[in-house]
Design a protein around this ligand. Structure first.
Ligand code: LFR
Length: 501
């Protein structure tokens, strides 16, 4: 690099990374300066964030970046830092300016079933009208009510509610802020006004004082505080809020031509452990149809809305491999995809959102159980199993595409797949075929790129979302997949639709 370098801390489902990004000539380039495990901590029956370990690992990665800026990257200087991570997770800071531990992990079992239970406290229609959010057990609101019903001690000691990106920003800068994109995943924020719903805070008995007004991505909240600068070498470096919700950052890095069109002609799939499929629109779509289809209106960059749905993603594929690994028999990703490609089509229909697949002890047993329960032949061949998992995703995408088109009354021409799943050529081709639309795959590092782009916008080196996306198109290759034989997917799609009834 030469010139300003921005540091993105990206905490993902199984690993965290520190990634430096800056211009090399007229292209954006990335360099990883830290990679560490992000594994939930089991304490007795609770599944918790290991946030203190992560804080240590983040500082190590930042220190490495500062060292490289002083040695290897001649002419470069660290211009800013920002953190993103998944939605819904939060922590608290207490009146003594300390973390009110523990910090719960959203996959903890105590939130299960909460999406229904919260509607016994405040009616479902009111919650939806106030937030435009899909109902999921993992939403922060559900986690908060589980904590409240459990009389967690944080309810006595907490002073500020912070989403996890915000918590790390506070550790970095000493400033408490709540960035808007991740705040929108709490199910407590009004998407039209971008303010906390007082009706819901009152209805659920949550103290207003916990919730600071959300701050827009791109805002500089402070600089790295001196104790942290001493550890990392980041003296006086600004902390600039990226879109702290990883999906919001990933969507910013989609190489699309038009920002937040009212009639979207493109959609995205942010494809990793989850598949987040949706459109970027100028304003929230809080309609009865949206509630029926259980879509969500999350906050995007610069006032846009991410109208999307959570789909059970590559999680199933990853967990099939984990089950084989436990038998001492793990294939490589490439072997899995080759076996899937050569297996016969449509032998096994797997709905990736089947509740039995959310957190089974053994994913292969769970899928075999699902096959038996739905009157299908129980797979005996691994290739059939792998293929079924991928076809299930493609079929689910097809259904989601139709719903997105009806929600926005538009015709989507292009599906952008970003994130790790963009590297799975078989899944990309299946998606194009099942949906009957062109798929443009890449960039794979969308979340880190989006984080860096927002810091560049915040620091003034990029001036708009359009300019940022132009830089993405110019800097990172994409792969296009044209649809073929879409009619072959009609019958499985009809069968798949009945599995949702
Ligand atoms: C993806 C993601 C999704 C969110 C899920 C849980 O990493 O952030 O957008 O619904 O994780 O937070």
């Amino acid at each position: 690099f030469s010139g300003p370098v921005h540091l993105a801390v990206d905490l993902g489902a199984s690993s965290g990374r520190v990634i430096a990004g800056g211009l090399n000539g007229d292209r954006l380039e990335l360099a990883e300066t830290g990679r560490f495990v992000n594994r939930p901590l089991k304490v007795q029956d609770a599944m918790l964030w290991n946030h203190l370990q992560l804080w240590q690992d983040i500082q190590d990665g930042l220190r490495d970046a500062a060292l490289r800026a002083n040695s290897e990257w001649t002419g470069a200087s660290i211009a800013s830092v920002g953190v993103d991570t998944w939605g819904v997770s939060f922590g608290f800071v207490d009146a003594n300016d300390q973390i009110a531990a523990p910090v719960w992990h959203y996959r903890d079992a105590r939130h299960r079933g909460m999406a229904e239970k919260i509607c016994e406290i405040v009616p479902k229609d009111t919650i939806f009208a106030e937030t435009g959010m899909q109902f999921m057990d993992i939403n922060s609101l559900c986690q908060l009510i589980a904590a409240k019903q459990n009389s967690d001690s944080v309810f006595q000691t907490a002073e500020s509610f912070l989403m996890m990106g915000d918590l790390f920003h506070w550790l970095l800068s000493g400033e408490r802020s709540i960035e808007a994109s991740n705040a929108s995943t709490t199910q407590l924020l009004n998407p039209a006004t971008q303010t906390w719903s007082t009706k819901l805070l009152d209805g659920f008995g949550l103290p207003h004082s916990w919730f600071a007004e959300p701050t827009a991505a791109g805002t500089t909240i402070g600089t790295v505080q001196s104790s942290v600068a001493g550890e990392t070498g980041l003296h006086g470096v600004p902390v600039i809020l990226p879109a702290t919700h990883d999906t919001a950052s990933a969507v910013l890095a989609v190489p699309a031509e038009n920002f937040a069109p009212a009639k979207p002609d493109w959609c995205y799939i942010s494809s990793g452990t989850w598949s987040l499929m949706g459109v970027e629109v100028p304003s929230p779509v809080v309609t009865p149809l949206c509630a029926d289809l259980n879509f969500t209106n999350e906050g995007g960059v610069q006032g846009s809305t991410r109208l999307l749905q959570n789909i059970g993603g590559l999680w199933i594929y990853q967990q099939i491999r984990a089950a084989l690994d436990r038998q001492g028999n793990a294939p490589s990703w490439q072997e899995m995809t080759e076996a899937a490609a050569s297996a016969p089509a449509f032998q096994l229909l797997v709905n990736p959102d089947d509740p039995a697949l959310v957190a089974p002890d053994n994913m292969i047993d769970a899928i075999c159980g699902l096959a038996g329960r739905t009157g299908q032949k129980v797979p005996t061949d691994n290739g059939v199993l792998f293929r079924g998992a991928l076809e299930g995703l493609a079929l689910r995408y097809r259904m989601c595409l139709q719903h997105l088109e009806s929600l926005t009354d538009s015709r989507i021409e292009t599906i952008h797949i970003v994130g790790g799943g963009s590297l799975n050529a078989l899944l990309c081709q299946m998606t194009a075929d099942a949906c009957g639309r062109r798929v443009v795959a890449g960039p794979v590092e969308a979340t880190a790129i989006g984080n860096i782009l927002m810091q560049m916008i915040g620091s003034g080196s990029l001036h708009s979302i359009d300019e940022a996306r132009q830089l993405v198109r110019h800097s990172f290759p994409t792969q296009t997949y044209e649809p073929q034989h879409t009619d072959r997917w009609d019958e499985p799609a009809a069968k798949f639709a009945t599995s949702f009834e």
